[in-house]
Design a protein around this ligand. Structure first.
Ligand SMILES: [Zn+2]
Length: 332
């Protein structure tokens, strides 16, 4: 019996099941260790003439499922998770950081959790090294918005810049908002339920923005940059959140950052909102408008928190929208 017929007949499964699970487990574990392989922290791809790398900063585990989408019917939200074989006790969010290499630029899209990292996050510098680059080589950082999971990796614990040679691009609206934000600015946000968190968040963000201030270059939404990049305002999640359209030859990719945080919940239900949205009404309006446009135009996108590596498409379904993950057939 060759391997194909063995598999087809189901004998292979039966044969495997005859081996005591303890022995099977031990054999596999030993093999993994001797191979000395770590999970890949980056994925390489081409976009026209450009080299792209998706780098992992790890993932966020949100255990506050009841407040994940402030306007959701929580029972329905949990049934969506359950029906898709996901845990209902927590929602995981990837941390997909894009790196783009042009002829003369090396551009990072956001910086990960950095000084705020827990055991599951803060992997960006390791992933960057695995991809073959060092922080000093980064020429530009396109910051989508100033939440801690996007700017925490810009400075070290001692306050020095992690990317000392990089221009730090940011929306002027975003900078101005966080430099003067108070709790009053979150009346229409799920964050108002977490006042203590807000009270520590605001000075922490201000501290980082102050440290990078001399390196900041504000986005010009009317003018493409370096020939391949143009910027689109998507307010609501934060007032100055900025998406980046990358074009090279006939290829195009839209970096949607935190327009949408979950593949199963916010595509069919953008109206449910997300707990971190600064203004739920504005965020929901932006989300609905842009996601519908992306479905119309069949644009390829990458989402910061969508399942690794965050690449895919939005499609229209009978009654709404759905995420279609781009699939890969090799690990790298
Ligand atoms: Zn985020």
């Amino acid at each position: 019996m060759n391997r194909r017929t063995l598999l087809k007949s189901g004998c292979f499964v039966a044969a495997a099941s005859l081996i005591p699970p303890t022995i099977l487990g031990k054999t596999l574990a030993k093999k993994e260790i001797s191979a000395g392989r770590q999970p890949a922290g980056f994925r390489k791809l081409k976009l026209g003439e450009l080299d792209l790398f998706v780098l992992s900063d790890g993932y966020i585990r949100d255990t506050n499922v009841a407040d994940y989408s402030p306007r959701a019917d929580v029972a329905r939200l949990k049934s969506i998770l359950k029906n898709n074989f996901r845990p209902v006790e927590y929602i995981d969010m990837a941390m997909n950081i894009l790196l783009v290499k042009t002829n003369d630029k090396l551009i990072l899209f956001d910086s990960g959790m950095g000084i705020f990292a827990d055991a599951n996050t803060g992997k960006i510098l390791k992933s960057l090294a695995e991809a073959g680059f060092s922080p000093s080589e980064i020429t530009d950082i396109f910051i989508s918005h100033a939440h801690p999971d996007h700017i925490g990796g810009l400075i070290g614990k001692n306050g020095t810049l992690i990317y000392p040679n990089a221009k730090h691009h940011l929306s002027k609206t975003e900078f101005d908002f966080w430099m003067r934000a108070t709790e009053k600015d979150f009346q229409n946000s799920g964050l108002i339920k977490q006042l203590d968190f807000l009270k520590t968040l605001l000075p922490a963000i201000r501290n980082i923005l102050t440290k990078i201030q001399s390196k900041i270059s504000y986005y010009d939404y009317q003018k493409p940059l370096y020939g391949n990049f143009s910027f689109i305002s998507a307010p609501g999640h934060t007032p100055g959140m900025t998406l980046v359209k990358i074009t090279s030859g006939n290829d195009e990719l839209l970096v949607v950052a935190d327009l949408v945080h979950n593949d199963l919940i916010l595509f069919p239900h953008p109206e449910w909102g997300f707990s971190g949205d600064t203004d739920l009404d504005i965020a929901i309006a932006s989300r609905k408008k842009i996601l519908n446009q992306l479905a119309e135009t069949k644009t390829r996108i990458i989402g910061y928190h969508l399942p690794w590596p965050g690449l895919g498409y939005v499609k229209k379904t009978g009654d709404g929208l759905a995420w279609v993950q781009e699939v890969f057939y090799t690990p790298t």
